[in-house]
Design a protein around this ligand. Structure first.
Ligand code: XMP
Length: 329
């Protein structure tokens, strides 16, 4: 019968046959399930001739860099170079308000950092890396071949930012896509067999541009990003404590660039507003807002305003998709 263990063994065999004994492979880890499972699989096949990069773009969630690096290194023993490119990304995003412009800038910056990594590696190894691992899934393969006559679709547009990569220009890398015949739940199963921690496999999807699409407008103003991280962490922790994390598709906070008047302590404050969003969904194409109990929302709101001084107003997003998108930008 059909067994994931057999699929796994077969994939490892194919990778071993594909990559020559002196050849090297590079991979960009996004912190998501797909690239992590793909890299772990390739690592099983060719060991430390795999070279991974994880880029901290300054747009990650609370302690995310530390948390994913711990999984990569301690749990999975992946050879990963962590690059802190916070300043590169944020300096280019300064003053930029348009969401699509933000996405373009982030995509472009990512490619240039990946490019530098690949060239640095070439110097160290004395040879060019020959392959690039990508965590492409079967649905991505189908979506990138729309039926003839169909125009370009919204989901197609989104997919164009999905891949963290784009190829380093002059490297002529061949692709290894070990997950391209699998669906998401099969990737999770494969991850489980490869000892990827359960908690990691169940993480909500997180967009490539990260918190840049969750701070409305210019993301570099004041401490907007830091405040968002604190608020988001409180919300997510509360959802986990309530045992609701796994029934929700995505949950997150959004930082709003408006000032609002509040009373905190015995003082009137001129602070900031945040929105919380949580949705259920099958595939991200449509989504319903999640009907938390009022008591839960009241407690979260109180916790946020008590611990994040800059925030004096919390709202909950009660729109589904459509007409809204899941992200605010
Ligand atoms: P929307 O907001 O369009 O999102 O309803 C649908 C799903 O896609 C994610 N998303 C992105 N993922 N790059 C990504 O990698 C992006 O630019 C991007 N924009 C939205 C979103 O989080 C949701 O899961």
């Amino acid at each position: 019968g059909w067994k994931m263990e057999n699929v796994l063994d077969e994939e490892i065999k194919v990778i071993k046959e594909t990559v020559g004994p002196d050849e090297h492979v590079i991979c960009a880890l996004s912190g998501g399930v797909d690239s992590t499972v793909a890299a772990t699989l390739v690592h099983k096949a060719i060991g430390d001739r795999l070279h991974c990069i994880f880029v901290d773009n300054g747009l990650l969630r609370y302690k995310e860099r530390e948390r994913v690096m711990e999984t990569f290194e301690r749990d999975l023993h992946l050879p990963v170079t962590c690059v802190d490119a916070t300043n590169d990304f944020l300096s280019k995003l300064k003053g930029v308000e348009d969401p699509e412009m933000k996405r373009k800038i982030i995509g472009k910056e990512f490619i240039s950092i990946f490019d530098a990594f690949a060239h640095e590696l070439e110097k160290t190894l004395g040879t060019k890396p020959s392959f690039l691992v990508q965590g492409t899934l079967y649905p991505d393969v189908i979506e990138s071949c729309p039926p003839p006559g169909s125009g370009s679709t919204h989901s197609h547009t989104i997919k164009s930012h999905h891949n963290v990569g784009g190829l380093p220009k002059d490297m002529k890398l061949k692709l290894i896509e070990p997950l391209k015949l699998l669906f998401k739940d099969e990737v999770r199963l494969m991850g489980k067999i490869l000892n990827v921690p359960e908690g990691f496999l169940k993480r909500h999807p997180f967009p490539g541009p990260g918190l840049a699409v969750r701070v409305i407008g210019d993301v570099t103003v004041g401490s907007y990003l830091d405040n968002l991280r604190l608020v988001d962490e409180i919300f997510i922790q509360s959802i986990k404590d309530a045992g609701l994390y796994d029934v929700i598709w995505q949950a997150f906070a959004v930082f709003l660039p408006v000032r609002t008047v509040g009373v905190q302590g015995d003082q009137r404050t001129h602070g900031h507003a945040v929105a919380l969003r949580a949705v259920t969904s099958e595939d991200g194409m449509t989504a319903d807002w999640y009907p938390f109990e009022a008591k839960f929302l009241a407690e979260v709101s109180q916790k946020i305003c008590n611990s994040v001084r800059a925030v004096n107003r919390v709202s909950y997003d009660i729109t589904s998709k459509p007409p809204s998108t899941i992200e605010w930008e």
